[in-house]
Design a protein around this ligand. Structure first.
Ligand code: GAL
Length: 754
């Protein structure tokens, strides 16, 4: 655990999940665990917690059905103490049914794909595991915090409670202590404490400083439950005048939408994979993530707290009206079919799923808004039946957590969607792909708080590192982005992303943007069909390797000088043909050289396309670009060399020490020529061989059309790169991974298992 069986199946053109489901096999699965319960468990309340099971789970303990959940993204708990058999074997069985296909608009995975935990606690417990801490006010000298600790007693005997709490800073220094005593009424109570913290250090994406609230709960004098709660002190608001503010300062959201699969691992929760994903986005200058389109594993939120990411926490992708999608069984197939997602469960389950999710998530300082839906059919068509549901959902969120904005990612492609009653209950309205409407809507609805919940990224529907020269030639861009000229389809793929960036940068009334997507994900290969089985929208591929577009966002969003040149310079047979050379940069100007000969200085003109462009007759050798700041000083340089034939594999490991079974080591294999230059064009199949103390979890090359197994030990490179993910195999020591391919000099890397 966690486990996704679908990623272990072959990509199958006939899969009922269709391309949206990544052409993988879903179906029905059973899990069984036999275990003995230690005698000391009899003294405690025993809870079994599933972080999420995809989906329609039924859970049986010793032959008795104890529950289950149709939705796949919700945490669920079961009190199992009374059903356990002590001194003999217990059997836990879980049935998972993901057979109703096509079941989703993107890959979901199947199985117990999030953490499973056994919790042992006393009979009087902290509700939701943690007190809920909110910032009432904060400035440089003092922060006032409100602490609410819900208490629930599982037996009627408990009468009184005492809650003792202490707030510690990151160094463990005591900042505040408090105590609340009270009586339980019908087994429930709530301790209320107000804390004052002198000279608080505020949480922000730049400085994600977390305090720790340590809580002890006593019932009738005995310690019965404890909690350690990370706390971020920060305050925020959304305005119609100038977007989102954090700690009194306007913070434009430089956001990405992410799906929750982890590439070759499948849709499983894994802290290392998630931390890596967030780190790759942060290095791009991203400060915000929209969780698309359902609640993520809680570990992801914890990492956003720790690493400094602002989160839009989306609760539902679908309400009671099913979405439809193109079947795309073959090219140009225009048949649309309903998706068997959440609609069938919505009316019976939304209230419970919502409540459980908010109670789980609200303690995470990273969350800035809850999104109640994505492109809901009910919103697009202004369905009056949806309004009472919307009101109920908004009311419940505000009851449980009055500190976050409530939003919805909306579509404006249907008449009447611009001014539907739907928006009255929202604090802010998310606009999906509707940049062209911002000005008009801001004028018509001056109080509406708007942000770009989904925006086109610069993804030319191509694979990382693979170029179509005709396509690149269309980017000799003369379009005036400031006037929002209509973008003809040949340019649209790159330029609508640039246009969107320009609009969000210049319009302060919009809270920011969330590009679709930060990373490629399994399924939804739109607009393609088999053998494409994963998406092309990401600015990194499914390995997390940057596409060129990544550097565009980095040049716009980060402070460091960025200068990125493309395409590669291995065009054997095309000598003399003019090739379009582009650069993404935040330098003021740049000069390109081929083999030392200047190809001209290109100025960065903010009124035009947001990339630099040269047309250079191809000759093998070295392309060098030098970037200059406004004072004419050299501030960045990039270089591309025509590579010779592949000679060697070089490995680099992102992490060389593994501490536990869940920690992963990501190893990149690069094919280089005899002089060590990366070879972008050949695609040798690389076989990874780990020593006994390591196990391969998966391989990937980021190619959406690669249909070999990702649970494998070998894969061809794409654009000179591939990835192998390993974990420890149980033994401690230092172990080597070797990568080999035919005559190439093999690469090795050593990983230490502690
Ligand atoms: C959006 C949708 C996303 C994804 C995207 C692809 O409309 O919200 O889930 O399907 O389109 O372009």
């Amino acid at each position: 655990m966690p486990h996704d069986w679908s990623i272990e199946t072959p990509f199958d053109r006939d899969s009922p999940a269709l391309g949206r489901g990544g052409y993988l096999t879903m179906g029905v699965g059973w899990y069984r665990k036999r275990f003995t319960a230690p005698a000391y468990w009899t003294e405690r309340d025993v809870d079994l917690r599933f972080g999420g099971i995809y989906r329609r789970s039924e859970i049986w303990l010793n032959g008795k059905l104890i529950g289950g959940r149709p939705g796949g993204y919700v945490e669920h708990n079961y009190r199992i103490g009374d059903l356990l058999m002590f001194g003999q074997e217990n059997v836990l069985a879980v049935r998972v049914d993901n057979s109703l296909q096509p079941g989703s608009r993107a890959y979901t995975g199947s199985g117990i794909n999030r953490e499973v935990t056994v919790l042992l606690r006393g009979n009087v417990q902290i509700e939701g595991d943690h007190p809920f801490v909110t910032t009432v006010s904060a400035d440089g000298t003092l922060a006032k915090l409100r602490i609410r600790c819900g208490i629930r007693a599982l037996s009627a005997d408990a009468k009184s409670y005492t809650v003792k709490t202490a707030l510690l800073d990151r160094e463990g220094r005591l900042c505040w202590t408090g105590q609340a005593d009270g009586e339980l009424t019908a087994g429930a109570g709530e301790a209320r404490l107000d804390a004052s913290v002198p000279s608080p250090r505020l949480w922000s994406p730049e400085d994600p400083y977390l305090y720790r609230l340590v809580t002890e709960l006593y019932a009738d004098g005995s310690l019965t439950d404890t909690a350690e709660t990370p706390c971020g002190i920060r305050y925020m608001c959304w305005t119609a005048e100038d977007g989102f503010h954090l700690n009194g300062r306007r913070v434009p959201l430089k956001g990405v939408c992410l799906h929750q699969d982890n590439g070759c691992l499948g849709a499983v929760e894994n802290r290392s994979a998630e931390a890596r994903k967030i780190a790759i986005m942060k290095q791009m200058g991203c400060n915000a993530i929209r969780l698309s389109h359902d609640p993520f594993p809680e570990s992801f939120l914890t990492l956003c707290d720790e690493m400094g990411i602002l989160v839009v926490d989306e609760i539902f992708e679908e309400w009671f009206t099913p979405k439809r999608m193109l079947a795309l069984r073959k090219d140009r197939d225009k048949e649309t079919i309903p998706v068997n997602y959440y609609a069938a469960f919505f009316k019976d389950w939304y209230a419970r799923d919502l409540r459980d999710t908010i109670l789980r998530d609200r303690r995470h300082p990273s969350i800035i808004a809850y999104s109640v839906g994505n492109e809901l059919i009910e919103q697009r068509f202004s369905d009056p039946e949806a309004i009472p549901y919307l009101q109920d959902i908004c009311r419940e969120i505000r009851t449980l957590d009055g500190t976050r904005a409530v939003t919805c990612a909306c579509c404006f492609d249907v008449e009447g969607a611009d001014n539907s009653p739907f928006y009255q209950d929202l604090d802010l309205v998310g606009y999906n792909y509707a940049e062209a409407l911002y000005d008009e809507h801001l004028a018509r609805f001056p109080d509406r708080k708007i942000f770009g919940s989904e925006n086109t990224s610069i993804t030319p529907f191509l694979k990382r590192g693979v170029y179509d020269l005709d396509d690149l030639s269309k980017l000799q861009c003369t379009i005036d982005l400031t006037r929002g000229e209509s973008i003809d389809s040949s340019k649209a793929r790159h330029l609508s992303g640039e246009y969107s960036m320009r609009l969000h940068q210049s319009n302060k009334r919009i809270g920011g943007m969330f590009i679709w997507t930060g990373m490629d994900y399994l399924g939804e290969p739109t607009p393609y069909t088999w053998p494409s089985r994963s998406s092309y929208f990401g600015v990194t591929d499914t390995c997390g390797f940057p596409k060129d577009a990544y550097y565009f966002y980095q040049s716009c969003w980060s402070d460091k000088p960025v200068l990125h040149l493309f395409p590669h310079w291995n065009w054997e047979g095309l000598e003399g043909r003019p090739i379009d050379v582009l650069a993404y940069t935040n330098c003021d100007s740049a000069e390109l050289f081929l083999n030392g000969v200047s190809q001209g200085i290109c100025r960065f003109d903010p009124r035009q396309g947001m990339h630099l462009h040269w047309r250079v007759p191809y000759n093998p050798g070295t392309l060098t670009v030098r970037g200059y700041d406004p004072a004419g000083e050299l501030c960045a340089e990039d270089r591309i060399v025509t590579a010779g034939p592949p000679a060697e594999i070089r490995l680099s490991a992102e992490q060389t020490v593994l501490h536990d079974l869940y920690e992963l080591c990501y190893i990149t294999a690069r094919v280089v020529d005899a002089a060590g230059n990366p070879v972008p064009v050949d695609a040798p199949r690389i076989t990874f061989t780990p020593e006994d103390g390591l196990e391969i979890v998966g391989v990937d090359n980021g190619d959406p059309t690669y249909t070999g197994m990702l649970k494998s030990d070998s894969i061809p490179t794409l654009g000179g790169l591939c990835l192998c993910v390993v974990r420890r195999g149980g033994r401690t020591g230092r172990f080597t991974v070797t990568a080999a391919s035919g005559d190439l000099k093999p690469g090795t890397v050593t990983v230490c298992c502690e």
